[in-house]
Design a protein around this ligand. Structure first.
Ligand code: 2AM
Length: 204
């Protein structure tokens, strides 16, 4: 027999978890140009999982599974951060690989030089997320659009260094709290909320 706590009551309340991350969504024309630009790579790289064109984005902070009761705080955080940063341009002209092109696990597109506004944006989110009790992110938020993931690392140095992407400039004018549902054929991303960047001057 199961011992029963006479005080216990079934309330029906279920705190559901959502897999969340803050990101910069890319305009459709930037995603389309990137998708066209990587076609030669798709032919030459075997065993990679390519990110669907609709899903191409720049991650600012991955949060993982978060209880829905956290959503109000995460919404406030997004609004507060976006309110203090001005829109900026991010060039996406460089092809790269993590951890490095000679042992590639992730192929990405990103800017050639550091982007101070992107770094500040990511840093403010990081600080505020930690203030909410999330553990610090160990990885530095380098601005990149993940194009492909490889389960088995490959030496792509020649390909990555020898392939030119079309010169692209993404206007970063808002940030998004995104929900990711993992599905067998790839993640389904649904925006939870978007905030326009409303700061007055450059974030530097
Ligand atoms: P990345 O592709 O830019 O590296 C949504 O899942 C996004 O969150 C992914 O595009 C990935 O960013 C990032 N992400 C997913 N799982 C993660 C993890 N365990 N740690 C850190 N970032 C992760």
């Amino acid at each position: 027999m199961v011992a029963r706590d006479p005080e216990a009551r079934y309330t029906g309340a279920i705190i559901a978890a959502m897999r969340l991350f803050y990101c910069v969504e890319l305009p459709a024309e930037v995603r389309a140009t990137l998708a066209r630009g990587i076609r030669p790579l798709q032919i030459r790289i075997r065993g990679a999982t390519w990110v669907a064109e609709d899903n191409l984005h720049l991650t600012l902070r991955f949060l993982g599974d978060v209880g829905e009761d956290f959503l109000p705080a995460l919404r406030d955080l997004g609004a507060a951060v976006a309110g203090g940063i001005a829109p900026f341009d991010l060039p996406l002209e460089r092809l790269g690989a993590f951890p490095h092109p000679g042992r590639a696990r992730v192929v990405w597109a990103g800017p050639t030089a550091d982007s101070a506004p992107f770094a500040i944006l990511a840093q403010r989110i990081e600080e505020d997320v930690q203030a909410l009790g999330f553990p610090p992110e160990r990885k530095l938020a380098l601005p990149h659009v993940t194009l492909a993931r490889l389960r088995i690392p490959q030496d792509l140095a020649a390909l990555v260094e020898g392939t030119a992407l079309p010169a692209l400039r993404a206007r970063v004018s808002r940030i998004t709290l995104m929900c990711s549902e993992l599905r067998p054929h790839g993640p389904l991303y649904t925006p939870v909320e978007r905030w326009p960047l409303r700061g007055r001057s450059r974030a530097v």
